[in-house]
Design a protein around this ligand. Sequence first.
Ligand SMILES: Nc1ncnc2c1ncn2[C@@H]1O[C@H](COP(=O)(O)OP(=O)(O)OP(=O)(O)O)[C@@H](O)[C@H]1O
Length: 306
Amino acid sequence: MQTDISVRHLYKTYGDGFQALKDINLEIYRGEIFALLGPNGAGKTTLISIICGIVNLSDGEVEAAGYDIKRQYRQARQAIGLVPQELNTDSFETVWNAVSFSRGLFGKAPNPDHIEKVLKALSLWDKRNNRIMSLSGGMKRRVMIAKALSHEPQILFLDEPTAGVDVDLRRDMWEMVRQLRESGVTIILTTHYIEEAEEMADRIGVIRQGEIILVEEKDQLMSKLGKKELRLQLQHTLEKLPGELTLEPIELSEDGHELIYTFDSQQEQAGVARLLRTLGDLGIEYRDIQTRESSLEDIFVGLVHE
Ligand SMILES: Nc1ncnc2c1ncn2[C@@H]1O[C@H](COP(=O)(O)OP(=O)(O)OP(=O)(O)O)[C@@H](O)[C@H]1O
């Protein structure tokens, strides 16, 4: 697997002495969608900004598309497209001009066909002659994405791309992200919508208080840390959990109507069979059973609050 981003022993201390990143080590592979998750203030934007050359690192080494971000800044930056969190679009320029100009900033020869393709993919084609400042917030965000794609970057960063955007834009964006990945672009995104990471990402990294606490294939993460829950709606309410069940990972709901049994996703089902047998022996009848698997959100909340 080709590595597109390599971060080694990265530290960042801001001018006021605040240490925002501590010994970050991370490899991101060509053509993957990598979701960086973490609570507010964990250091996600700082990490992205360093890789993109917007914020200086304090110590360590970072390469993007094989270029050292300090010694080969221009080449590294040229390989990267960044859609920042903040909208920065108070422009009198038209959509077409702004996106074309953005391409020029990266030293790329004009390519109207590419700009047209990007604007059409983002449903901006009809607005190409409109001034950016006259567009709605969602349209402005589309322009930010178009600008980030104007110079055909190998690596695309999306920092909270769907914060405050409507369902249509979100759907369009994810469709576009999928197509970009198909074409070999490496995508790194931060998001507060964890269902989005759950749906889109190949791998997940979790950052907490400036440290990477986990990097894992999404599917493995879900099966390793995921839990399953079995809920039994009882025919007759129970006052308390019978003694025979107190050793099991089981709880009685407050109203006494439901038994909730939690077990590891990876664990074999023997525990469930044993539980149902014990309930039979005790004469506890149930009228319904439901199961639920934990979502990435459940796992994430468990990780960052540990
Ligand atoms: N210029 C700065 N000077 C001092 N501290 C800063 C600066 N920029 C960010 N920080 C601090 O560094 C920490 C990490 O901030 P960062 O913006 O990277 O977090 P984040 O994970 O992106 O958060 P969010 O999810 O809220 O966007 C925060 O505690 C923040 O207050």
